[in-house]
Design a binder for this molecule. Structure first.
Ligand code: 5GP
Length: 169
């Protein structure tokens, strides 16, 4: 497998992102919202490097016919708390068409959090179909099928500490 982002490069960039988030949210009531399953490693590393307190919750979404075709998304597992008292930050593994995050933004915005922003590890910027305002981007990546560091192919590869390009998925 071709390695696109080494474990060291990911850890360095995640530390930088945590520092930026810690600066921006100091004194605020921060809630990190992890999008399952892909964001679990990224979120875990991100919170370990924060220097401010935060709450953590998770949401799980399902796309119909693959996210890129219809854009229809539904909530499989919802947050366990109200978010109106929080400055909410969505933590996602990768953004491709933007349809998943666009759905999530609309869903969460309706619950009136104090603020709502997005943090993604990897951005396939050239693939966007709907514009999504992303506050924190780890890496801009090419339009190839990536696995590792939370990203799977048919349930496999999530545990890899690096991100690689799967040759023939
Ligand atoms: P979007 O709705 O932005 O098109 O798709 C976002 C979702 O598609 C991500 O949360 C992820 O689950 C999946 N995805 C997009 N690109 C990749 C990729 O290269 N590898 C893997 N494993 N999943 C991807």
């Amino acid at each position: 497998m071709e390695i696109l982002l080494t474990a060291e490069a990911i850890q360095k960039r995640v530390r930088e992102m945590s520092e930026e988030i810690s600066r921006d949210y100091r004194g605020k009531n921060l809630l990190l919202i992890g999008v399952l399953n892909g964001s679990f490693l990224f979120l875990a590393d991100l919170v370990r490097n924060l220097s401010i307190p935060c709450a953590v919750d998770f949401i799980s979404l399902q796309s119909y016919n693959g996210a890129s075709s219809t854009g229809a998304v539904r909530t499989l597992l919802d947050l366990r708390r109200e978010i109106s008292d929080y400055c909410a930050l969505i933590v996602e593994d990768i953004v491709d068409t933007g349809l998943t995050l666009s759905y999530l933004l609309n869903t969460l915005q309706a619950r009136r959090p104090k603020s709502l922003e997005i943090c993604v590890l990897a951005d396939k910027a050239e693939c966007r179909k709907v514009p999504v305002p992303i506050r924190y981007v780890g890496f801009t990546v090419p339009n190839r099928f990536l696995v590792g560091y939370g990203l799977d192919y048919e349930g496999q590869y999530r545990q890899l500490p690096y991100i690689g390009v799967l040759d023939a998925p």
